[in-house]
Write a protein of this length. Structure first.
Length: 274
């Protein structure tokens, strides 16, 4: 009888890794993870796993205490956090996806390490089908320009994979993904749709407040009430949860084609009507 040489005790320092492990049926291998992992996979807390620091603030003592045979982390990293991970002595898989193709590769890699390559391919296929299904309903001649931010101070555009999802959902992504931009530049561009999905903020981006603070009251998106908050984990977790983000984006960008979906919150109409 052959032995199972796949990792038995995994420390996950990033929600995307936790989501991927859950999607391929290996959540039970996680012995410690972050509080952000718990936001996307509440069952990790219910099972009594240790909650430890993430890829940005990792501590070797916490990792060692969990006795892992594999640590999975992902960007963003701090140099000192990477040093702490390496100091723990555990095998380390570091992820740094930028595009949807990168995310598919990460899923395939983790599934292969866990000995369930076919499960990884199934997850990838399901994501590709979901994207194709949305894209096939889009009229290419009606594509609103979409400004999508992942952070408010400083103002930073969402990542490349979000830009790809915006295009799939029937929009035209404004700006350079992942780059810092000024509120004046956005005002000058006057986008048709504004989406805020701040890292770590869940669904709590104060839409009315940021519009007023940035002097965006006269923007087309604001006047039409096309300003939205999408749950952080739906756009900023590079894993299968992005499909929730895809459907939220489709609802925001092409509301006549796609019904409202959980995880999408629209700006208060009182501000629009002022």
């Amino acid at each position: 009888m052959s032995s199972d040489h796949t990792p038995q005790r995994i420390v996950s320092l990033q929600p995307s890794a936790t989501v991927i492990l859950g999607a391929i049926g290996k959540l039970d291998r996680i012995v410690a993870c972050t509080k952000y992992c718990a936001d996307v996979c509440p069952e990790v807390v219910q099972s009594g796993r240790s909650i430890i620091a993430d890829s940005w603030t990792a501590h070797s003592e916490e990792i060692v205490r969990a006795r892992p045979d594999l640590v999975i982390a992902a960007v963003p990293y701090q140099e000192k956090a990477v040093i702490e991970i390496l100091r723990s002595g555990a095998r380390f898989l570091g992820l740094a996806p930028k595009t949807l193709a990168d995310i598919y590769t990460d899923i395939s890699t983790i599934a292969g390490i866990m000995g369930v390559a076919e499960c990884g391919q199934r997850v990838i296929t399901e994501m590709e089908r979901a994207i194709h299904s949305v894209r096939s309903q889009i009229d290419d001649e009606v594509r609103p320009r979409v400004f999508c931010e992942e952070w408010g101070k400083p103002l930073i555009l969402s990542q490349k994979w979000v830009a790809e999802l915006v295009e799939a959902a029937g929009g035209r992504f404004y700006g350079e993904p992942g780059q810092q931009i000024s509120s004046d530049q956005v005002r000058a561009a006057n986008p048709d749709v504004i989406v805020a999905a701040w890292c770590g903020a869940g669904d709590r981006v104060p839409l009315e407040k940021i519009v007023i603070q940035r002097g965006w009251e006269e923007l087309e998106a604001v006047q039409q009430g096309q300003v939205y908050c999408i749950n952080d984990e739906f756009l900023n977790t590079p894993a299968s949860t992005l499909m929730h983000g895809l459907h939220a984006l489709a609802s925001a960008i092409q509301p006549k084609l796609f019904p409202a979906t959980p995880g999408l919150r629209r700006i208060n109409s009182i501000l629009v009507e002022r």
